[in-house]
Design a protein around this ligand. Structure first.
Ligand SMILES: *Cc1c(COP(=O)(O)O)cnc(C)c1O
Length: 370
């Protein structure tokens, strides 16, 4: 049987939560579990997190309803909000809180029947120009929402575009714009505003952006949001480890070419291992020659082009035979390193794993950590 699988380390999740909470000790934690918990498998991750976090964050309604369907009763925020009256009704029934980022969403709330009230997250566009109201319109929208019996609480949020760039002034600029709106709303409602701004990068690098709620994603899963600072530096541990096995080993002579397009040629005699994972599993096709791969715990180099079902690895002096274990990323090999060698970010590596990768339940996947 083909043996390509993914394991999750629940203790790493707990450790990463502790790291994040230590950075923003006064904040509640809204754990981002959009995109199937960043590809980790929300069915496994959500139960592990449910008792340790204050809320979950997802991108859209179906992701929230899937959490409810698996019995998760933790508060859930839907960060793109809803787009139809039917979606709004479903969100109210499921007791979700909703981002409100557009005039269309305000109109949906205004047209909704009385009944189950809800919390909304008024989303401000402070400079990213993706979702949200401009600061100049925020107070007007707040008044529109405040008038609605349907809305029992208005929280305010924004999202940073460049918090991973430690010397870039944009985060300070966005933060300043956000605080001005927050203060105006606080004045209007005559009480402090509940807010959320910080993603992983802001939590780790911009302490001044601590507010009532932090919204970490990638750091929770043990990767670094920064290009030039590794996860280990922050005490973050990989939650996911991606494994496969060697299915063949070849002796090559100097001058022998490897794989489609012969993008690698042996400059000396060596041994090549063929590993049962490829871009059909979500391993990045653009991983360069030299991308690290762990074979029996030793670092080796990917050589030749990534195929759909297989990759080729230069064993050099490492002893290995068919059926030996290979780690593509995770424990012992940071996904961030592989991502960098493939010209992408760990977020994308995780999210692109396909159903061909077997998911081992956490209870079975990490006996060494229990
Ligand atoms: C995905 C997302 C986050 C989490 O970002 P990370 O970089 O993974 O920490 C936070 N807020 C919003 C609005 C998001 O879309």
């Amino acid at each position: 049987m083909r043996d390509t699988w993914l394991t999750l380390n629940p203790h790493a999740l707990t450790q990463n939560l502790a790291v994040l909470r230590a950075h923003h000790p006064q904040s509640k934690l809204l754990a981002m579990v959009k995109a199937d918990a960043y590809g980790h498998g929300v069915a496994q991750v959500a139960p592990l997190l449910a008792t340790q976090v204050d809320a979950f964050g997802v991108a859209f309604l179906e992701e929230a309803l899937a959490l409810r369907a698996q019995g998760i009763n933790t508060p859930i925020a839907v960060l793109e909000g809803v787009f139809t009256a039917a979606e709004l009704a479903a969100a109210r029934t499921a007791q979700l809180s909703l981002a409100v980022h557009s005039p269309e969403q305000v109109a949906l709330l205004q047209a909704a029947p009385a009944g189950e009230p809800l919390t909304v997250w008024l989303k401000l566009n402070t400079g990213m120009n993706r979702l949200g109201f401009r600061p100049a319109d925020a107070l007007k929208v707040w008044h529109q929402l405040h008038r609605l019996p349907l809305v029992n609480s208005i929280h305010v949020m924004t999202h940073f575009a460049r918090a991973d760039e430690l010397t870039c002034p944009q985060t300070e600029l966005q933060w300043g714009r956000f605080c001005a709106v927050r203060d105006a709303i606080a004045l209007a409602q005559r009480e402090p505003v509940i807010t959320s701004v910080a993603n992983s990068a802001a939590i780790l690098a911009w302490p001044q952006t601590q507010t009532e709620w932090m919204r970490p994603g990638i750091a929770l899963y043990g990767s670094s949001p920064f290009a030039d600072q590794c996860a280990e530096h922050f005490g973050l541990q990989a939650v996911m480890t991606l494994h496969s096995r060697i299915i063949a080993v070849h002796e090559l002579s100097a001058g022998d070419e490897v794989g489609y397009g012969a993008t690698w040629v042996a400059d000396a005699a060596t041994r090549i291992a063929v590993v049962a994972i490829g871009y059909g599993d979500g391993y990045p096709r653009h991983a360069r020659n030299g991308t690290p791969v762990l074979v029996n715990g030793h670092r080796c180099a990917l050589v030749g082009r990534v195929s759909m079902d297989m990759i080729t690895v230069d064993l050099g002096a490492v002893a290995a035979k068919p059926s030996d274990e290979v780690v593509l990323w995770g424990e012992g090999l940071p996904a961030d390193e592989v991502a960098q060698a493939a010209g992408t970010i760990s977020y994308e590596l995780f999210c692109r794993l396909t159903p061909r990768v077997r998911r081992v339940p956490p209870s079975l996947s990490s006996p060494s950590h229990v």
